[in-house]
Design a protein around this ligand. Sequence first.
Ligand SMILES: Cc1cc2nc3c(=O)[nH]c(=O)nc-3n(C[C@H](O)[C@H](O)[C@H](O)COP(=O)(O)O)c2cc1C
Length: 181
Amino acid sequence: MRVLALSGSLPLASSNRALLRALGALAPDDVEVVAAPGIDSLPYFNPEVDPAPASVDAFRSAIGDADAVVLASPEYAHSLPGALKNALDWVVGSGELYDKAVVVLCGSPRPDGGVRGRAALEQTLRAQGSRVLMSETVPLARGAEASNPLLSETATRILREALARIQADVVHPDVEGAPRP
Ligand SMILES: Cc1cc2nc3c(=O)[nH]c(=O)nc-3n(C[C@H](O)[C@H](O)[C@H](O)COP(=O)(O)O)c2cc1C
């Protein structure tokens, strides 16, 4: 099973990027967690740009080839980061996120951080037909380095739950909801 790990935060030292690395480390042997191509290489979305540039093709293929996507993103100004929204706009027309199983995570030093950012991100995902399996803020203990967040028991539990939900969805897609088309 292939899970695409997509960070909504661009800095290399991002705690959300680190969260996705931790997800990969916790994944069982039969789940491959692969990092999405950097969304900072995508141009601003413009429907007149046709054919799409290679960076957009690579981004679309990475989503299309994955069984599920885990998005970890900070909240910026009560919404999702602009770079992430831009990336998601590139797949509205091409449809790679349609019917895709998606987990939304927001790594935050505050237990209630990111609630509005997650809501905005979920709305964008549902608008393009994604199936949001789970959405959680992941409380991160403040570490010496943001790139090396101290995973609390709660954070580890949430990451394990995300992996379990994806496995259950991919293996038994119809257990929790209506049959998929
Ligand atoms: C421009 C900017 C805007 C932010 N706006 C919010 C916000 O509205 N709500 C919130 O909870 N945190 C906000 N934050 C804090 C980030 O979400 C938080 O620091 C997050 O952990 C950063 O994740 P990262 O290390 O993956 O980049 C903001 C941070 C920045 C840089």
